[in-house]
Design a protein around this ligand. Sequence first.
Ligand SMILES: [Zn+2]
Length: 229
Amino acid sequence: MSSTYCDDKGNIIDFYEILNVPYKAEKELIRSAFCNLIKIYHPDISGKDTEEDKKKVDLIIRGYKVLIDDALRQDYTKKLLSTRRYDSNGYFYLPKNRIKYSISLKDLVTTRLLSKKVSRTERIRKFGQDVEIFITPKESRQGAIAYIELPSRMTCHVCYGEDRYCNVCNGVGRIPTVSRLEIKIHPDTADGSYIDIDLMNVRPDRFTTFRMKNLRIRITVIGKSKPMH
Ligand SMILES: [Zn+2]
């Protein structure tokens, strides 16, 4: 990757954060953010001449050069977003393979059919939870974000439940689908903690509802070191 984008350790720098501008910022905003920051940190203007300020000014100038050039900005932003592993609060984005669905729930998601044979109570009794999320000790200290997929129902946009003979929803008025739910695992979540979510109060969007009423998630911390307190 171009060294223009990276720090000494080879990690990509978030110039949007350095300049304190949103990803969609117009050039005008980037320009004024740059001018304001330079006024604060440039030794010739601030009167201070510290090593820290020099580094800061260097970053501000590098960031400005990248973000003000359309082609460079596009190339940089693509790279930044593809390498982003944590949000602005420092929470890690967990890869899909850290989420383990209970067997019947996995069936439910893949077949999109609600298996009446295995009730949720039965599932909880057998597996102890609907979903298990594995996090590292570092993630448990800093917090993590997981996206889990759950069966849901969407209002039929063809008949809105008004047509018994609708061939999109078979007259049911709703179409089975799968929706994503964001799970925030807050810092210092201990191994073996449960997160219970009332799905009656969470909707993927105003046309969609989750098929389950409750969701129980178990957090398992993998690795030997224990979270610090
Ligand atoms: Zn319909």
